[in-house]
Design a protein around this ligand. Sequence first.
Ligand SMILES: Cc1cc2nc3c(=O)[nH]c(=O)nc-3n(C[C@H](O)[C@H](O)[C@H](O)COP(=O)(O)O)c2cc1C
Length: 183
Amino acid sequence: MTRRPVLYVFGSAAPPVREFPDVVRRAQAEGYEVCVGLTPTAARWLGGEVAGLAEATGHPVRSAYKLPGEPDVWPRADAILVAPATFNTLNHWALGLTEHFIVGVVAEGIGKEIPLVTMPCVNSAYVRHPQFGRSLATLREAGVEVLYGPGGFVPHRSGERRADGYPWDVALGAVARVLGGRR
Ligand SMILES: Cc1cc2nc3c(=O)[nH]c(=O)nc-3n(C[C@H](O)[C@H](O)[C@H](O)COP(=O)(O)O)c2cc1C
């Protein structure tokens, strides 16, 4: 029996992270074994739903580093999706500031050559900050598939949401594409 590819689905604190229960179901239906990671703020937003995500995936939901000497509780990733990726998380990742567990994993993921896909969720004010473009350029140069701009995430105005919702189909399509040669 061939094993299912392992997909880490990581989310930070932007409103689409509330859709994780449905996104996890969709990823599982597409054949992935899913492990969920969250920033501490995203975990706080999901509250009681975190336990349901652990039950649905069969793996603990992680938002903190393990202690030295503790075993790894997840299988090795075949690919990692970081979505929704906040302005804050993207900048931390690009700058190599690994205080948060999920940022540490994807920062190392570049060096480990794990296929990495991210889709920002940012408003049109954040994107005018000079660091935003630099962070996306840094991540793209490092080989990360960044789904931003036409065909990916297009920023909304501050305080608004896109009428057509967060494009999860684009994110899952990109994961299938980056894994294409490896499945
Ligand atoms: C209701 C609400 C909506 C937010 N939406 C976004 C967003 O779409 N994009 C973003 O970058 N930050 C957004 N933020 C701000 C982030 O939650 C905040 O910067 C947080 O520190 C991000 O932490 P994290 O990247 O560790 O998850 C929002 C905050 C609130 C309270």
